[in-house]
Ligand binder design. Structure first.
Ligand code: TYM
Length: 346
């Protein structure tokens, strides 16, 4: 039986999902935060019964910014527990780990050979991440990252990629790579499109509502982690930065703090931002109500996570099954790519 909220939200997504092959992924770099949930993960759960969904934990992507052994492996296990805790159903959804499916790195090289240095140089994520690491080691992987991401998507013939707003440019470059390859080597790839939620596509930091909420934020005062306890969630919401004119109104440009609270409240309750705004005249009450809505949403997820994370053997078994299903699709696509490239068969 699907939970109530899932039934309530589900209908909006049905039209996006006829026949549809869906793929999306998250990097195992630190704890999952509310932006990952509203921007991506929750929509995977909503869509899983109508779509043919593939959901990856992209551990190789995390290596672009990792230099410690074991950290990514542990984060991968925790993320797998979170995928199932939020409601991905292993009976219908294919949940897999990227490094368990070697076709990702094989196709990544081919994607690299079909994207230009200039295109990769224009990626804002590379510019931001490399600027933050000034004076530190900036791996070539950080630069060629979009080619691996394109491979993740194109391997599965994905029609739709449910992501948050920050991934828009990555999906665009994936489309460019697919279109270029198809025109050079014949029809090979499905050209995917990004799908974003109506509320929560860009959850902002509660302390700096002009920056997106991110696991790599300098402090966690404006960041809601999925496993935060109720008292700290409420505290973070009560301290959320707003503005001084005291009018509860949805206006992302001029009132980013209040609008972020309205977005989060709307995403948590399934209402529109304007409906929520109509219920409040004071910022304080809006902050508390938004915190409480998030606490209620996360409560069952946290309880389920606590059960799942203790059973490593079961998680490993589910991931093995997912990898087998994923490889079935990925190896067929890679074979088609090699054939269309005209490589000499082994
Ligand atoms: P990642 O791991 O940074 O984030 C995972 C998903 O969470 C969404 N997200 C947000 N949505 C709304 N508000 C936020 N503050 C917020 N922060 C994160 C992201 O948009 C994303 O959907 N490059 C990807 C991982 C990736 C991928 C893929 C995604 C690799 N291969 C193939 C889709 C398909 C990334 O770093 O996401």
């Amino acid at each position: 039986m699907r939970p109530n909220w899932q039934r309530a939200f589900g209908s909006r997504f049905v039209s996006l999902c006829q026949v549809t092959r869906v793929l999306s992924c998250i990097q195992p770099t630190g704890e999952m935060q509310l932006g990952n949930y509203f921007g991506a993960l929750r929509n995977w759960v909503i869509g899983q019964y109508e779509c043919d969904g593939f959901y990856g934990i992209v551990d190789l992507h995390a290596l672009t910014v990792t230099d410690q052994p074991g950290v990514v492996g542990q984060a991968t296990l925790e993320l797998a527990a979170m995928f199932f805790a939020v409601g991905l159903d292993p009976e219908v959804a294919t949940v897999f780990v990227q490094s368990h499916v070697p076709e990702h790195t094989q196709l990544s090289w081919i994607a690299e050979c079909n994207v230009s240095y200039g295109e990769l140089s224009r990626m804002t994520q590379f510019k931001d991440k490399s600027a933050k690491r000034e004076g530190e080691f900036i791996s070539a992987g950080l630069f060629s990252y979009p080619a691996l991401m394109a491979a993740d998507i194109l391997l599965y013939d994905a029609d739709e990629v449910p992501v948050g707003d920050d991934q828009r440019q990555h999906i665009e470059i994936t489309r460019d790579i697919a279109i270029r390859f198809n025109s050079r080597f014949g029809d090979t790839f499905v050209v995917p499109r990004a799908v974003m939620p109506r509320a929560g596509a860009r959850v902002m930091d509660l302390q700096d509502p002009t920056s997106k909420m991110s696991k790599s934020a300098a402090t966690d005062a404006g960041l809601i982690n999925m496993l935060d306890d109720p008292a700290s969630i409420l505290k973070k919401f009560k301290r959320a930065v707003t503005d001084s004119d005291n009018e509860v109104r949805y206006d992302r440009e001029h009132k980013p703090g209040v609008s972020n609270l309205l977005d989060i409240h709307a995403a948590a309750t399934g209402r529109t931002q304007q409906e929520v705004a109509g219920d409040y005249t004071q910022y304080g009450a809006l902050k508390v109500a938004t915190g409480e809505a998030v606490i209620e949403l996360l409560r069952p997820v946290q309880a389920r996570y606590a059960e799942l994370i203790d059973d490593r053997a079961q998680l490993a078994a589910l991931l093995r099954t997912g990898a087998e299903k994923a490889r079935g699709v990925a190896s067929a696509t890679l074979a088609r790519v090699y054939t269309n490239l005209g490589l000499l068969p082994a």
